[in-house]
Design a binder for this molecule. Sequence first.
Ligand code: BG6
Length: 479
Amino acid sequence: MDVGPRCSFVIFGITGDLAARKLVPALYALHIDGALHPQTAVVGFARSAPDDDEQLRERLGEALREHVDEVDDDAWNDLATRIVSVRGGYDEAGFERLRERLDALGHDDHVYYTSTPPEAYTPIVHGLAGVGLTRSERGFRRIVVEKPFGHDLDSAVELNAALAEVFDEDQIYRIDHYLAKETAQNLAVLRFANALFEPIWSNRYVDHVQISMIEPMGMEGRGSFYEEAGVVRDVFQNHLLQLLALVAMEPPARYDADAVRDEKVKVLRATDCLDPGDVVLGQYTAADGMAGYREEDGVAADSRVPTFAAAAFTVRTWRWAGVPFYVRAGKRLEGKASEIVLRLKQPPHQPFTELAAPPKADRLVLRLLPDEGIALRFNAKVPGQGIALDRVNLGFTYREGFEGRVPDAYETLLSDVITGDATLFMRADEVVAQWRVVAPLLAPPEVDPEPYPAGSMGPLSANTLLERDGRNWHKPGGV
Ligand code: BG6
């Protein structure tokens, strides 16, 4: 990893959950790896931030120990001495106070991270501009915008416009942590650094693609957020469409931020799901001692917000004509898995006429969770006389294939912001293209979503969506 420049890393919303769970652990891990400049300052800003730096350091230290297994006290204390607390609201007085602290630190380069509720994003942009913190002759000023980026197409366009009033596009880093998962990054390498895969990566050989994000958790205190978001805004508009784009995009001329994002935008603009029959929405109900969605804190007793969605997307390009992309995600499902499956077509001619049934089609599984890796499942001859076939696997996992720890997505992303690499961040036109793709899935529901028992594999109609095409979902977590 590159050691970035000496900078002030400002976290708006330092007292929130994301800062405790992801951002501070990521900064600590970068510090341990020697990937943070030793004079980097972390400036925590929040209405509820303590007045005293020492108190914030203690609080963040406690949170770090809760979320990271082994904390090296000396390393943490070293980083902690460079944590600064700024208590303030998102008003002029608050930003003045921030400016004074930043001036006193004297770093040329600043990163601003919006780890706040989305209502604060625009006030932060204006507040920073109001006190002259968005431009500098001497160093960079970069802003990281967390998801959700807007609530729908119009609000995303407005947020882009608010940012563009103050920042140039190359100062803006829109986060989608799925892009920094190793398997997501590896998609480009798998496709474009090997001669084996890209030749089959099209409608000539691929029958269909499945992208699944299966989560066992319920709301865990996020009920009121989820009432506004639902599964489509929470993970379809961003994580799942990003994976779709990485699978479906054309080879970029270079692996850099603009070339990669140009290709993703092109393919997203060619993607849609316009037929309501191609969408299944579901909501979990109480089962096995687990509460139903409507019983969760912060959720309306008659809520129609979907906690599960499955959809068949069409990618209208030469490469993908006739290849459906089935995408599904849900909460309170059986197991935890995020994966992409390419199901290949049958070979054009079948010489093994004595087999009782035709061989099964090959399957390439790209696993983001659990245990990131790749598996290819194909047919092999069973040893012995005559021809009998069985299924075998070729596979690799990061755990076995590479020594060392797989960095958390946030570590990669924070380091990229500091070093100025925007390849794993979304560009303005990309988020807009994503909102356009999911717009038909966001229409206010006229009926309740289909119920499914907590801990199951989701609503039955999700199976029908594939069965009608003579296909079925791959069992997540398997090969
Ligand atoms: C977040 C969603 O963006 O991603 C959550 O808001 C979801 O609802 C999470 O649980 C999943 O991330 P991961 O890395 O655990 O797959």
